[in-house]
Design a binder for this molecule. Structure first.
Ligand code: SAH
Length: 368
């Protein structure tokens, strides 16, 4: 599963014990492994040269045998609401997007699990790229480090708690091994120390992985993208539904629900598309569907974020409020999500290696 980056030795993809084993193979004592793990993940240093507390010879060996960073920042955009979007590039030239969303008491980093995406959700811009490649664990961890360093300065403490959402490009459950490995690295108290309880993974509905995650003890929160209350419409909007239709999806959700801790809930996401899935009848159907499966989940209504090649418009605010009221009248908890960073194309479904300024020359992955 580990690909080229890990073979080249991307140390951000290694847990502390694996890093210790790696330095031992180099003939170094264990404590050097722990020291390097902390330098990479807690101090967030991005090159061995900066680890001046290591002997020079060791730094040289590390540089020859491994790498501390493989992503480069192609461009960075800052939205009027403070949201920051990073267009990163992998060592093999593929686009990766990460979004940093500051909030009063916490920050949220939205990371990508794949470059591009193989699912063809009709309302999502990333889908238009197709799948370029699944990211490695190291590439996932590195996105978090780049965003924190940019927001707070390299190695500086982060004043707020950090939440993570796997809602960038890609389908996290098709990057399951990389994702789970990365979350292991990220949760380490000696490193970034962002625990699973601070992480939400969003899936378009890869049913076997929902069932698998239900059995993981220290697991992230789950969000399921629904977008439609019936199979016919969902087949059209999210073709993954042909493989795992709503009946199967919601049965898996029910199983997941049984594994929740007291007070914990999971979320359905419902992107609101004007005149497509936002009528009163759709709201009633959605409530009936969730109630039939006896799911206590909450529903997040996401106003569609427009992007040029997408043939949809966001539902009006009034429509969203009516839709929400209908759900609530049927006992379904619903919340309206505020889009962040729309002006820099940083919002949900707008990620696709898109540059904001007029690009002087066409870029390989540019869509608009
Ligand atoms: N593949 C995963 C995670 C990435 S998308 C998934 O499907 O859940 C994260 C969320 O953004 C999903 O709920 C998706 O339905 C939503 N989304 C995609 N395109 C959007 C758009 N243009 N406007 C608003 N939300 C969108």
């Amino acid at each position: 599963m580990d690909d080229v980056n890990e073979k080249a030795g991307h140390l951000l993809g290694l847990k502390e014990d694996e890093l210790v084993a790696f330095v031992e193979r180099l003939g170094e004592p264990k404590f050097r492994g722990r020291q390097i793990f902390a330098a990479l993940n807690a101090r967030r240093l991005r090159s061995f040269d900066e680890m001046t507390d290591l002997p020079k010879s060791l730094r040289a060996t590390l540089s020859a045998r491994a790498t501390a960073s493989t992503l480069t920042v192609e461009s960075r955009y800052i939205a009027s609401d403070g949201t920051r979007r990073y267009l990163l590039k992998t060592h093999d030239g593929l686009p990766v997007e990460t979004v940093f969303i500051p909030e009063e008491r916490r920050d949220t980093i939205c990371f990508s699990s794949q470059s591009g995406c193989p699912l063809q959700c009709d309302f999502c811009l990333t889908a238009k790229l197709g799948l370029l490649r699944t990211l490695t664990a190291g590439e996932i961890v590195e996105q978090i480090i780049i965003a924190l360093n940019d927001a707070y300065g390299a190695g500086q403490p982060t004043p707020h708690g950090t939440n993570l959402v796997a809602m960038g490009a890609g389908e996290p459950f098709l990057a399951y091994d990389s994702l789970m490995k990365a979350l292991g690295v990220i949760s380490a108290p000696e490193g970034l120390h962002i625990v699973a309880n601070r992480v939400t993974v969003s899936t378009a509905g890869v049913v076997p992985r929902i069932r698998e995650l239900a059995r993981v003890e220290d697991r992230p929160h789950l969000a399921i993208s629904l977008a439609a209350p019936d199979d016919e419409l969902r087949n059209r909007l999210m073709p993954i539904n042909k493989k795992w239709p709503l009946g199967e999806l919601l049965a898996a959700c029910k199983e997941f629900e049984r594994s929740l801790r007291p007070g914990e809930r999971f979320t359905f996401e419902y992107v609101m598309l004007d005149g497509v899935n936002d009528s009163d009848e759709h709201a009633r159907q959605l409530a009936r569907l969730l109630n039939r499966h006896e799911l206590r989940a909450k529903v997040n209504l996401i106003p569609h974020n427009p992007a040029d090649p997408l043939p949809y418009r966001p539902s009006t605010q009034e429509r969203v409020q009516t839709f929400k009221a209908i759900l609530e009248s049927k006992g379904v908890h619903a919340f309206v999500r505020r889009p962040r960073g729309r002006d820099i194309y940083a919002a949900c479904g707008q990620l696709a290696a898109r540059r904001v300024e007029a690009a002087p020359e066409p870029k390989l992955y540019q869509l608009a």
